[in-house]
Design a protein around this ligand. Sequence first.
Ligand code: SF4
Length: 427
Amino acid sequence: MNAVIDIRPEAATSGCADAPVLRERGQREVFCGLTGIVWLHRKIQDAFFLVVGSRTCAHLLQSAAGVMIFAEPRFATAIIDDRDLSGIADANDELDRVVTRLLERRPEIKLLFLVGSCPSEVIKLDLSRAAQRLSGRFTPNVRILNYSGSGIETTFTQGEDACLASLVPELPASRDAGLMVVGALADIVEDQFRRLFDELGIGPVHFFPPRSSRELPPVGPGTKFLLAQPFLADTAKALQERGATHIPAPFPLGAEGTTLWLQAAKQALGGDATRFASAVGPRRERAARALARHRTMLEGRSVFLFPDSQLEVPLARFLSRELGMKLAEVGTPYLHRAHLAAELDLLPSGTALSEGQDVEKQLDRCRDLHPDLVVCGLGLANPLEAEGITTKWSIELVFTPIQGFEQAADLAELFTRPLVRRTKLAA
Ligand code: SF4
């Protein structure tokens, strides 16, 4: 029999629930929300993302997607050209033509997102009317929705939030009780969690977004939802407006975070303590053992997190509590007090928190503190490396499966690897 595990987190002296936050609203160095298409198109396998944008948007997507070359890719950019900008051509007619051609050629597409960009906003192209107009023509074969991924309105991971929020009105209504896990997870992670919830006797469990647009999860007053990602403010609000209830919890990063996340689900939906101990206990112990060798490398080292993916607060909690790192500064683009409450409670008191960015000032603070490791976007990483500061690209944290017990050591390794590389370079 497994030992009954202590599932109450050890309090972090007094936590950071009411800690002051430095708010900055200056120049920022963050990708726009189009980036989310790179992981969302892999998740919803019959969806297509059509960015209505410029060549810059197309380049961003291609470079963010890296080496992935598809014979039949599931994202593309409809380029707004000079004729559209000057009003010679009707951009709506052009868009209808592009969509019609795409859907005739690709009958496997069942869900089409028209994704707004800076250029489509500048010329005030109304993509929500375009989606309605085109839906009239292509429903029921294809559902057509729209959201904005523009750099004017969104940063990086907010693209996923905008995409999922646009899907919420499409979810079938239900009064049945059930759990919804919200936020795109790698399929392997989703499968692990599904098995775990089965073992815990918690169900029915639905994942949102689903792998197929034909399997949209039901929602209603009986739905309790657990966020798997910390950047889903609009999606959570839209689900609450459909009657669902948010389960407050830390995020499933690391052995402790995953335990508390599952425990919150058990408490909200009712679950058996013995089953919980026997399903979660051994997994948690294995994860803690796997983390130990990374702790040897990271303990006592300092980390500075620039605002980028909105994963910064849960990551800081993981790095400080499970790996013994010192937090020089924890920046985040947005600090959602309610969704991050359980995380803030677990941060060491006195942690320097910042929201938003004034990049030059933040770089100065970082240089003054000279941390052992900086987590930041691609734009800042190269200059900092050139100054002798070791960096980790935050984009990797979004593209890599990092949630759950089995991934805890992989997550830690993302932080040890750059330090090992720098040591080797120095040698
Ligand atoms: S949406 Fe805006 S910020 Fe994003 S790639 Fe296009 S032009 Fe650049």
